[in-house]
Design a protein around this ligand. Structure first.
Ligand SMILES: [Zn+2]
Length: 345
């Protein structure tokens, strides 16, 4: 049996939600990850340092005693965000980064930004103090095809921000297209990207296998196979500009199996197993650690984690649990539907 040991991973994009969901999903992340950037799109969103500190306290309360885990907090940018508040929250270590959601781009993003130009003074301040900007990179105009929204955002918005503020540290999150890999690769070192396990595992056919598959519906939506291949290439070749952000996003199964199902895939539970399998299948298991544990911390100027995790390749595929119970509800656990032999031990 094969075994590998890697530096404990970090998850640079996670949704923990709040209340009873928070309690059940936090341990699924803290088991295998040492740090995570926590998204601010609660209802209502986390808009300032004070709210971020309170949310961090709620998260810390539900971290199992056995797990050593640090949540990194974010602020949800709106057209009303005050640059002075933001600067203060960053300088006081209340928050680590700010998140830009174009209005309406995904779950709970209604308060997001409609006109990027309106937040340029805030972004200038962030560039000055060195605060990272995290971007959900999709336009939301109805007339733009859902499969083209990332590409159009890059051309219409990201390119503008990068040219105006080349010194701003930007993470283009959960990229899904070959266009994004190319743009990030050609850009200066301040622009990097995160990639999710589900966008590495699946192409858009997975949403429609013998019927509609609500649990494979996420935003940005899964794309064609050629885009998945482009993501695999940059994730598995050790490229420093690309690292893991799972975008693990819990929803009640009843809200996904619905006539208007929610977008989001809950992948925290078997993330590392799935990634190890994908990297091995692409003859790149040696680069798994760079993607999950080294590239991200290096980009954010953090030291790498001191602890390690071990993964063991079993003779038989591991059996995934199907769901996580939350009271009378449940959250479906992501299963990529191919055999996964690697287990975190
Ligand atoms: Zn997300």
């Amino acid at each position: 049996m094969e075994e590998i040991e890697i530096t404990k991973p970090d998850d640079w994009h996670v949704h923990f939600r709040d209340r009873e969901i928070l309690r059940e999903v936090v341990p699924e992340t803290t088991r295998n990850f040492a740090r995570a950037i926590v998204m601010p799109n609660l209802i209502p969103p986390i808009l300032n340092g004070k709210q971020a500190i309170k949310y961090k306290e709620r998260i810390k309360k539900v971290i199992p005693k056995t797990d050593d885990f640090e949540p990194f907090m974010t602020i949800y940018l709106t057209e009303k965000t005050s640059k002075n508040d933001l600067k203060e929250a960053y300088n006081n270590n209340a928050v680590f980064a700010a998140k830009l959601y174009p209005a309406g781009a995904t779950t709970n993003s209604d308060s997001g930004v409609k006109d990027i130009k309106k937040i340029m003074p805030v972004l200038e301040t962030m560039a000055k103090v060195g605060m990272p900007l995290l971007i959900h990179g999709e336009v939301t105009h109805k007339e733009v095809d859902i499969f083209d929204r990332e590409k159009v955002f890059i051309n219409q918005n990201l390119d503008f921000i990068c040219k105006e503020l080349p010194e701003l540290k930007i993470t283009l999150e959960h990229i899904t297209t070959e266009d994004a890999t190319m743009y990030v690769n050609q850009s200066n070192r301040n622009l990097v990207a995160t990639i999710t396990p589900h966008h590495l595992a699946l192409n858009r056919n997975a949403i429609f296998v013998g019927g509609i598959r609500p649990h494979n519906y996420c935003l940005p939506i899964l794309k064609r196979e050629k885009h998945r291949r482009a993501l695999i290439e940059v994730a598995t070749n050790g490229n420093k500009k690309f690292f893991l952000g799972t975008d693990t996003a819990p929803h009640f199964a009843s809200h996904k199996e619905n006539c208007c199902g929610c977008a989001g895939i809950f992948n925290a539970t078997y993330c590392m197993s799935i990634l190890a399998q994908i990297f091995e299948d692409n003859n790149s298991i040696k680069n798994l650690e760079k993607f999950t544990s080294l590239n991200g911390s290096k980009h954010y100027g953090l030291s790498k984690n001191k602890t390690k995790i071990k993964l063991l390749k079993r003779n038989n595929p591991i059996v995934f649990k199907k769901q996580i119970k939350v009271g009378n509800n449940s959250i479906s656990v992501f299963n990529p539907d191919f055999p996964v032999y690697w287990e975190v031990i």
